[in-house]
Design a protein around this ligand. Structure first.
Ligand SMILES: [Zn+2]
Length: 205
């Protein structure tokens, strides 16, 4: 963080923006300062456009009431599309995983976004993610298959295991992405070809 002499000589709004930017993932104090001074020198329309975009982000974007992907309305673009296969739900950890799977072009079903994974050591348990909401959907909707597409790392595998155990009594087919994705990695960084093959080669759990 900043040393005391910085705090004393810089105007308060400058300090404030540096500190706010510093809270973002991957933005250290140096980058936060550089971005702040860039915005200070930039033409008025850039900082204002940024401020408006940030306000709209929180005011106009919410979670889909069905699958918890992000949306501007009640239902997301995928849930609202009657052409999507209503019998298949692909379970992912984060909204960006939906974007990654859509990019493969091979999936036509629905999604369910957990918004996290089970990681007891980090205090993330079943009730901290949209886990039971998935079970409710499987009971209420004409679902025949649930594809578990949690990340290919320790927490993702543990989450997949818990999901499989909870889904088994509900009489749906439970499948997992085929091996072949880089282990320890995140789904969102997988290349579309590899991810598409992992989807098509999914196996019964
Ligand atoms: Zn949705």
């Amino acid at each position: 963080m900043h040393q005391t002499h910085d705090i004393q000589i810089l105007p308060a709004p400058v300090i404030r923006l540096i500190e706010e930017l510093n809270r973002l993932p991957g933005v250290g104090p140096k980058t936060a300062s550089r971005l702040t001074f860039f915005l200070l020198r930039a033409p008025d329309d850039l900082p204002l456009a940024l401020a408006h975009a940030l306000t709209a982000l929180k005011q106009q974007v919410q979670l889909c009431s069905r699958c918890y992907f992000i949306t501007q309305g009640d239902l997301c673009a995928i849930c609202a599309n009657p052409a999507r296969d209503q019998r298949v739900i692909c379970v992912v950890e984060e909204p960006l995983d939906v974007v990654a799977i859509e990019r493969t072009g091979v999936y036509r079903g629905l999604y369910h976004v957990l918004h996290g994974r089970i990681a007891p050591l980090e205090g993330m348990n079943r009730e901290d993610i949209y886990f039971d909401e998935l079970l409710d959907r499987v009971r209420a909707e004409p679902v025949e298959e649930v594809i578990i597409a949690t990340n290919p790392n320790l927490e993702g595998e543990a989450t997949a295991f818990h999901l499989q155990r909870a889904l088994a009594p509900l009489g749906v087919r439970v499948t997992r992405l085929a091996r072949g994705l880089p282990t320890g990695g995140d789904l969102e960084w997988a290349d579309p070809g590899t991810l598409g093959s992992a989807l098509e080669g999914r196996r019964e759990m």
